[in-house]
Design a protein around this ligand. Sequence first.
Ligand code: FRU
Length: 503
Amino acid sequence: MLRCVLSLLLVALLIAAADGQARDDYYQEPFRPQFHFTPERNWMNDPNGLVYYQGEYHLFYQYNPFGNDWGHMSWGHAVSTDLLHWQHLPVALAEENGVMIFSGSAVVDRNNTSGLCRNPDPKDKSCLIAIYTGHTEQNQSQHIAVSNDRGRTWTKYAGNPVLDIGYRDFRDPKVIWHEATKKWVMVVSLSREQKVRFYGSADLKKWELLSEFGGAGVADKDVQWECPDLFALPVDGQPGKKKWVLIVNINPGGVAGGSGGQYFIGSFDGRRFTNDNPPERKMFLDYGRDFYAAVTFSDIPKSDGRRILIGWMSNWQYAGKEPTSPWRTAQSVPRVLSLKRFSDGLRLAQQPVAELQRLRDRHFEKPEEVRGDALEIIAEFQTSTGRQPLIRLVSGPDAATIIGYDAATERLFIDRSRSGLVDFDPNFPGTREAPMKLRQQRLKLRVLVDRSSVEIFSADGQVAVTERIFPLNNLQTVEIVAAETQARCVAFDAWQLKSVWRK
Ligand code: FRU
């Protein structure tokens, strides 16, 4: 009896230790975000294969299993049941025979259209299929892989590649199920031609070209179009009405004033995307320098209905030089997208997922009370004329990140030139701006600070600005110094946010 109780106790202890992967070492590292996803060690870039399946959100990501620089690209893997706490899992898809695993997506093949599912449950035919780019120096082609054990192990399809047009820059397939025409649709980029292509398939294995889209938004000859996404979203305030959104990430991020993520709104009939706006209209997901390769989750249950986006919080201009180790780069907080009508037309709006509010811990009512390195700040200002700093995130006597508003140019700005470590790359320091018209000079900001990142949401979600910072002094506290200027802070709330890595 006693032996039985003891072994039960041991099992319970082991489960408790493994659960949620408490990581006190993460807490010790000065730049390690506390509520954003980072790999335990080594290099990461784009989020890949975002999919919800049987109670779990899967986050795959571009990963180098062997070092803290880009290389040997493979898909790293983590799962979560709440979009907050992530459990690290072994590499899902590894580089093999000189073929790297570049970015792509994952879908639930509910009815085994691929014929690759071997679900052990007789009542369930489904499996997970990943669709990714197989990269060699000479060629990029599209491949698939299957998992019959909830994403834990993966088998590359023997008939790979499933789509090969003999091109060097043909990558980042995003696959969706198009219900109206009952087929799979892939949107994939011809990066150096500033185009995306749409392909259709009944079985995820044979793909037929449907159409191309390009020459709109930011499409200059020297940018690359990467990591597209395509989905329909309901239009706020117009019950029953939906519009299609096409996301195309542009490298280098930061050209033409926006971030690396641009989007188009229009219609999609199962073959062709038609842009509602004139081609010269540029619309951006985010205005900061550190939001790239943003794509959305597949297969979120209808009962939930959210369209959830994650972006890579870095920028190819300096990602490889960011001063962190033994890991590099982080993913943004998951954000919910909606389509809202603003004064300048229909636009995407985004807000952090509501789950994030569960991390709210100590509450501050006044700016002077705020202490912490993982924070949520909600502040409203009555602005006046000129250029006004509104919030300073202070990390030392001489170091601060400044968020402010310029009433003359009608722009929100963030200045990280004295935010801490900035000289690891000439492109890192400096000020970033986002166009933002105010109503009655009122400005509401929601700011998420997480040691080495700042995400700003404003203008009812129409404006998002994401920037990394590397505060020095090992001080790791951030203070808010609101408005010593003519601007008045009229409402203020802030919370320390709990670390998702600590018990
Ligand atoms: C975007 C990107 C993708 C590519 C991947 C390689 O950041 O360049 O186009 O698939 O990264 O790691």
